[in-house]
Design a protein around this ligand. Structure first.
Ligand code: PMP
Length: 375
């Protein structure tokens, strides 16, 4: 029977307790949200939704074509300029998702014969970029600049080092300054995914590369998503203008994809304006994360010390993680549940989002519920 093997796989998944299902949320959900990536609480901010509405009214429901045909509006150009200016890079290029931006950056910058050094904790989209690239990938130990340096020394041609800035599972930050140093010693490029850093780290949320003094460097390329702190949808690559021009001419997820929807561009632009005007939101997200961690630890839970706005709490097993998250939900709290195969080390955890707009009472309630429902 065609596709018979997928039933066997489904059965294995069921037995391992690893079945995933979709649960549509309602617009009026009563749950306290510590599960989304809306770090700054901007997805429903009136200025952000108004930005989306205005853009849709002016430019339409879709971009109407790929970026090199009809899909580049003045709004896309304005967003690219605003992103580059805010994060301190020469130029930016917007994609329909952060996933597409990562595929573009890695594939376009790792030609045949090149070496890609990839951190073992990298996000799936960077991993897929490595798989699609013509260069050869070497995976190195997580957050280990020495291992990166050693691997770079095994190769004499073109090379890039690829890493998340903040790892999405545990919320730990990569040693960016050290990575930049070993890259410079070998003339390698550094490509970092700042999906969880933009809006949270650096002055006013200008991102982890900005915080590490790497903004505007001619050997550093940064990818971001518009779908987390900026409360919109889409992605971007930031870097030297010559790199961005190279992507315009060669990146397949740019050339063959319809441009970002105008509503998403309008929402992201409005969010960037808010970040400029209210830079304290970034520091607040970090403070909420630290407070969550302190309280969870005091309650005897095993939480990873957060470097940004993600707080990860260890669960004993995938089944218990699922059960724990379900009990939190029943008690009115939405938390993320990460388990194999979405975790690099087979350890299941609850993943909490430290949103900047959480009140003290909400933080207290969240920690109480997590503590009371622990396995
Ligand atoms: N990189 C990282 C580290 C992410 O966590 C995500 C989103 N889960 C992405 C890239 C993909 O971004 P997008 O959702 O915009 O495709």
């Amino acid at each position: 029977m065609a596709f018979g093997w997928i039933d066997e796989q489904a059965e294995l998944r069921r037995r391992a307790g690893l079945v995933r299902t979709l649960r549509p949320r309602s617009a009026e959900s009563p749950l306290l949200d510590l599960a989304s990536n809306d770090y700054l609480g901007l997805a429903r901010h009136p200025e952000v939704t108004e930005g989306a509405e205005r853009a849709a009214r002016t430019w339409g429901g879709g971009a109407t074509g790929s970026r090199l045909v009809t899909g580049t509006t003045e709004l896309h150009a304005e967003l690219e300029q605003a992103l580059a200016d805010y994060c301190g890079f020469e130029a930016a290029l917007v994609f329909s998702s952060g996933y597409a931006a990562n595929l573009a950056a890695v594939t376009a910058l790792a030609p045949h014969g090149s070496l890609i050094v990839s951190d073992a904790g990298n996000h799936a989209s960077l991993i897929d970029g490595c798989r699609l690239a013509r260069g050869t990938t070497q995976v190195v130990a997580h957050s280990d600049p020495e291992a990166v340096g050693k691997t770079l020394y095994t190769h004499t041609g073109e090379a890039i080092v690829v890493s998340d800035t903040v790892f999405s599972v545990d919320g730990d930050a990569a040693p960016l300054a050290e990575y930049a140093e070993v890259c410079r010693e070998r003339g390698a490029g550094l490509v970092v995914d700042d999906a969880h850093g933009l809006g949270v780290l650096g002055d006013g949320g200008r991102g982890a590369p900005h915080a590490a003094g790497l903004a505007g460097a001619d050997d550093v390329v940064v990818t971001v998503t518009l779908s987390k702190s900026l409360g919109s949808q889409g992605g971007a690559v930031l870097g030297p203008a010559r790199v961005i021009q190279h992507l315009v001419n060669t990146a397949r997820t740019f050339i063959f994809d319809t441009g970002l929807a105008p509503a998403s561009a309008g929402a992201a632009l409005a969010a960037l304006r808010l970040l400029r005007r209210e830079p304290e939101r970034a520091a607040r997200a970090r403070a909420v994360a630290r407070e969550l961690h302190t309280r969870l630890t005091a309650a005897g839970l095993e939480a990873v010390r957060p470097d940004a706005a993600v707080v990860s709490v260890r669960a004993p097993s995938p089944e218990e993680a699922v059960q724990w998250a379900a009990e939190c939900r029943a008690a009115g709290l939405a938390v993320g549940c990460f388990r194999p195969p979405s975790v690099p080390d087979s350890i299941s955890r609850l993943r909490l989002t430290a949103r900047a707009d959480l009140s003290e009472a909400e933080i207290e309630r969240a920690v109480r519920v997590i503590g009371e429902t622990r396995p």
